[in-house]
Ligand binder design. Sequence first.
Ligand SMILES: Cc1ncc(COP(=O)(O)O)c(C=O)c1O
Length: 469
Amino acid sequence: MEKETFRKFGYRFIDWVADYMDELEKLPVLSQVKPGEIRSKLPQNPPIQAETMEKLFLDFKKIILPGITHWQHPSWFAYFPANNSPPSILAELLTAGLGAQCMIWQTSPAAAELEEVVLEWLRQMLGLPEGMEGVIQDTASTATLVALLTAREKATNFEANQKGLKKTLVVYASEETHSSIEKGVKIAGYGRENLCYIPTDDSFAMVPSKLEEAVKRDKKRGLKPACVVATLGTTSSTAIDPLAAIGKICRSQNIWLHVDAAFAGTAAILPEKKWMLEGAENMDSFVFNPHKWMLTNFDCSAYFVKDPGMLIRTFEIHPEYLKTGQDSQVKNFRDWGVQLGRRFRALKLWFVIRSYGVEGLQKIVREHIRLAQMFKEWVKKHEAFELMAPVELSLVCFRLNDGRNEEALEDLNRRLLESLNQTGKVFLTHTTLKGKYVLRMAIASRTTEEFYVQEAWKLITKKAAELLK
Ligand SMILES: Cc1ncc(COP(=O)(O)O)c(C=O)c1O
């Protein structure tokens, strides 16, 4: 590509992104294409001759864009968000321009040292225990896998790394835990049957006495409890597992405590939400995703450990070609996780935290929580709707309930969800809570304002009335 073309399209793309952000709300939030539709518009063979950027850009708009589900849309209420923000986008551009592969300190000292500094900022912002040290992983799933592997090594005194797993180790998590725990347990060699699901209470949080019972029962059976995964903000309903009580059990039984706060962790920047972390001193590891609620482009997951030595001993490997003269003085993050090659992710976090300031981020998170509380009150007041879980943060679980039996209610709410999402005006998703089908309204997009929540509620009540007619 000619330098001039690069420059010209660089400016045009930024203009396009800025316009996209302005006009995003007019696009259908959920892509309306049918399976195979995009593929059918793409050539089956690669181009032999070079194509122009003009043509590529045109095809991007014509073919790709209709197949995009718009995660940054103000009426995004599905799953949890994957927020970006202007400073984060600009930092990603710089990262791409630098094209640095930051596997060890020497391969970009600034990337390694900035990562140390911004992770320490995050530790302070959330109020995690002093001394915990952080590293950026791609996702919470990876961070949890890293925690499970480290817990495995601790429980076997680093024998599993050498000889393979000889003992039966058990992992505990609530029945509301995220599916990434099961995936991690499978990959880390524990075996799926050795993941013990602990019952939850009426608020869908783990019951510590049930955890204690399970640990004691397993010990009697000659099994070794190795890891407990507590969740702050479960995926289905943002339930908060009681960390203090769970932590006490882990300490007394010498079990690794990993805390998955993938979405909810960001809320700990608010003084009024710090209670979630009561008992944090007993955590061995903690993960949350700035790529969810902290306006940092996907992917960026912040993983903290109490004892980095344990983590490094689990992952370190010393091929000759990676040895450097500075190894004893620096952090080589290649030893802090699975991957060797690493993206320069700290830059976008640095840009986000500096651009918004802690107060700016707090304001956004607090507003989302206010909007969710407002929505919760509308649900509670409406005779046809039922609130299905406490609203701890900014997710409301609810359903339409006109008194028909459970099976019919599931069908009714499925149809409500489909009719809402088909409009392209909003995107919500569902889950089940104690076997009941519920709709999830996750209000945490940077672009969502009160107006969009009001419009969503109008649409929900209108579609519900049509279904009940
Ligand atoms: C509680 C929880 N843990 C883990 C994850 C997985 O996150 P990631 O996509 O970063 O692996 C999610 C995703 O929503 C989640 O809600």
